[in-house]
Design a protein around this ligand. Structure first.
Ligand code: SF4
Length: 387
């Protein structure tokens, strides 16, 4: 957050490019890298490409030129988050639990609610973020499946976000695999510097594919990077879980775009599900105060599910992305993700074959004991000291 909002650019992320290079050069380490949904549109501007250009295949190729051992995609983790978070929502709707449910994939938002609205923490989904889910899966399921020693695996996440560096080490649940689930986080800017410093001709790289099983993803996973994307992805799957049917039109226009607070109602076969999407922390208090006031009166605020992202526009304009985001750039970057989703063969998280296989072979089902251990976390009030 700070790096994005410091007007003179004097505050920036802790540079950890050297740590990445040391890990790659260490023969004892197997370096496994995931890239966040918004990196595929964020990186392009650093190489002079038009905003919103999707460079997923070139990014995978660049990572292999940098010498990493496996290339994964956080979009897989986004699909997994939807399976867990969507199931949690359905559980709260059908079996009882605090409502509305808030999304939990933005660590800056989680930090904010832990500090300023701790009375609402039971409403925040316990699902970890896609980044953390991927790290936990890499050091357990992937290690087992691909005969890798998790003690030697060094997991790196390329993220749009400076807060993700904090999230990776926020508490003991980020070591659910028995190891540090995500060892290192680099921002988009650090990644761009790394590619340039090593002389890789990024623009002329042939596109490559990610390594399975943590490389397959749906269009729903891709749109996580834009405000409203988590909500839209969750609705696509929750609708299926509740009704047993597939949405005829998976594009939920009411949650797209840059309006600060977006509201809508989705019809789950006769059951209305009221949703809200907020982006930019300066607007979130309005919704939280409404939720808090309703609770004080023993009522539920008029929502079942609320997405909050700390950055205006969502992760496409996160604190680790190229500097100088404007609303024009935000709109173009989001359009890149929506077009990528449109071109995807699979557009719903529950249709991702690698996710199905992960549950069949390892996790059993969403919200299972193993899923809870590896993929969920807890929250606690953080005291705020006033001068
Ligand atoms: Fe990070 Fe901003 Fe995305 Fe939150 S919205 S995860 S702070 S980039």
């Amino acid at each position: 957050q700070c790096a994005a909002h410091c007007p003179v650019g004097a505050i920036y992320e802790k540079d950890e490019v050297a740590a990445f290079q040391e890990a790659v050069a260490d023969p004892e380490k197997q370096v496994v890298v995931q890239i966040a949904p918004s990196i595929r549109v964020g990186l392009s501007e650093s190489f002079g490409l038009p905003a919103g250009t999707v460079t997923t295949g070139k990014i995978y190729a660049a990572l292999r030129r940098l010498g990493v051992d496996a290339v994964h995609d956080t979009n897989f983790g986004a699909d997994l988050t939807i399976m867990e978070e969507g199931s949690e929502l359905v559980h709260r709707l059908t079996k009882g639990g605090a409502l509305p449910q808030f999304t939990s994939c933005c660590p800056a938002w989680v930090d904010y609610v832990e500090k300023y609205y701790p009375d609402l923490l039971d409403m925040v989904s316990s699902a970890k973020s896609p980044m953390q889910m991927v790290g936990a899966v890499e050091k357990t399921y992937t290690a087992e499946k691909q005969n890798m020693d998790p003690a030697k695996m060094y997991t790196v996440a390329i993220m749009p976000c400076t807060a993700k560096k904090y999230e990776a080490y926020r508490d003991e649940s980020m070591r659910s695999s028995g190891y540090q689930d995500v060892d290192l986080v680099l921002t988009t800017r650090e990644f761009a510097r790394l590619i340039k410093a090593t002389g890789i001709d990024f623009l002329h790289l042939e596109e490559e594919a990610a390594d399975n099983p943590v490389g397959e993803y749906s269009g729903a996973g891709t749109i996580f990077g834009a405000t409203g994307g988590v909500m839209e992805a969750a609705v696509r799957t929750a609708y299926h879980v509740v009704t047993g049917k597939e949405l005829e039109n998976v594009e939920i226009e009411s949650v797209r775009g840059l309006d600060e607070i977006k509201k809508g109602t989705v019809d789950f076969d006769g059951t209305p599900v009221r949703v809200a999407v907020v982006h930019g922390l300066s607007h979130v208090a309005e919704v939280l105060d409404e939720v808090r006031a309703a609770r004080a009166e023993g009522k539920q605020a008029p929502y079942e599910f609320i997405e909050v992202m700390a950055c205006r526009g969502g992760c496409i304009a996160g604190g680790g992305q190229p500097y100088g985001a404007t609303d024009v750039l935000r709109t173009k970057r989001a359009a890149g993700l929506y077009s990528d989703d449109k071109q995807s063969k699979v557009r719903c998280s529950h249709q991702n074959e690698s996710i199905k296989q992960l549950y069949e072979e390892f996790l059993d089902k969403p919200l299972s004991k193993k899923s809870h251990h590896l993929l969920h976390t807890t929250y606690q009030e953080i005291p705020v000291y006033k001068a």
